[in-house]
Design a protein around this ligand. Structure first.
Ligand code: SF4
Length: 362
């Protein structure tokens, strides 16, 4: 079996927003003040607002406005709606948001269709309140109860739906706090997050109790042009190895799978790299989630405005329209492309990582 390459400590990307706003309400929470202290310690200017309204004052020029928004972090209080959890199949039973927004620049970013308004990042100061409602949802999920392969994990809570929590961790500490909280929670439950970043050092020594599964969100290095501002793929895999060595259950989120020219060779190399990083670890608990690229009219319009020069194909080629159960339309790959992709991934993963459990294909 191949042995992993040595872990490299270089090329960890740490986000430094150009401005950080602290609302008055957020400053009333210990976690909000702790984030403000981290920001100040990092030498980033903190603006303490007199109230709770975010006056962003963005440029009239759309390109500059995008850049200004992407470089803004706001420390705010999550509204009560954030404490009424939504189901989030097939990834997990429930969605739990520690933040909303992401500093990276992926040409396909699913947040373009989910979040409204300028793409700033909001991090929540009332973390204790957010975590405090989770026991109300214990045992109520539909994913773990319907899937024998996942039942042993208990009720699952996904923290990466509206953000990449690892990207924010050096400034927020929210992910570490949530992992430690799950580690102390004597319940059949699991926190889950997926990331295109690699700085896991703050997480390695936490008392996680095996109750958090980190997945590396991956695309081949050949497609790195679609993932601006993220960590190099090799570093994400090396980070996942370090997490597995620290006793965390881990996973690969191969997403979004893009059927661009050369996809078979590119994803074959990616899976070989993952096997080289992880295949030699004893007692590896590894899952795989396979998510194909999709978009809808709304997300395409936003992405076209954010990334007008992107080479990502969002034309009708190889696409069909699919309706969700709520009636919304999305453009997915056609049946022949899907069949070919799915057959390839199931074969390649079975060959290279036979111990991995594929959780779903979508
Ligand atoms: Fe969007 Fe994820 Fe890329 Fe962030 S890392 S821009 S959340 S796709």
């Amino acid at each position: 079996m191949a042995t992993a390459a040595p872990v490299r400590e270089r090329a960890i990307r740490t986000w430094r927003p150009r401005r950080v706003l602290l609302t008055r309400a957020a400053s009333g929470f210990a976690h909000g003040r702790a984030i403000a202290e981290r920001v100040a310690a990092a030498g980033i200017e903190l603006v303490e607002l007199p109230g709770d309204r975010l006056n962003l004052g963005l440029s009239d020029d759309p390109r500059r406005a995008y850049s200004e928004a992407k470089n803004t972090l706001a420390i705010v209080v999550a509204p009560p709606s954030k404490r009424r959890l939504q189901p989030i199949a097939p990834s997990a039973d429930w969605r739990v948001d520690l933040a909303e927004g992401c500093p990276a620049h992926c040409s396909y970013c699913y947040l373009a269709g989910s979040l409204k308004g300028p793409p700033i990042t909001r991090v929540y100061a009332n973390l204790d309140e957010i975590l405090g409602v989770l026991p109300d949802y214990l045992g109520q999920g539909t994913i773990t109860s319907r899937s024998n392969a996942r039942a042993h994990e208990g009720t699952t809570f996904e923290a990466s739906c509206y953000t990449d929590p690892l990207a924010l961790e050096p400034l927020t500490g929210s992910l570490s706090a949530a992992i430690a909280w799950f580690g102390r929670w004597p319940a059949e439950a699991q926190l889950r997050f997926t990331s295109k970043f690699a700085d896991v050092s703050p997480l390695l020594s936490l008392d996680h109790g095996g109750r958090t599964r980190m997945r590396a969100s991956l695309n081949p290095p050949a497609f790195a042009r679609f993932e601006g501002g993220t960590s190099p793929v090799h570093d994400r895999l090396a980070a996942l190895r370090r997490m597995a060595q620290a006793g965390y259950p881990v996973g690969l989120t191969i997403a979004p799978i893009i059927a661009a020219d050369g996809w078979e060779e590119a994803y074959g190399a990616l899976i070989a790299d993952a096997a080289a990083q992880l295949g030699d670890l004893p007692a590896l608990d590894l899952t795989v989630e396979l998510i194909t690229h999709r978009f809808n009219t709304g997300s395409k319009a936003v992405l076209d405005s954010w990334y007008p020069g992107s080479a990502l194909d969002m034309t009708a080629t190889n696409r069909v329209t699919k309706r969700t159960k709520f009636g919304a339309e999305k453009q997915v790959y056609d049946a022949a492309t899907m069949r070919s992709l799915r057959g390839f991934f199931e074969r390649a993963i079975g060959d290279a990582l036979p111990a991995a459990r594929i959780l779903y294909w979508t």
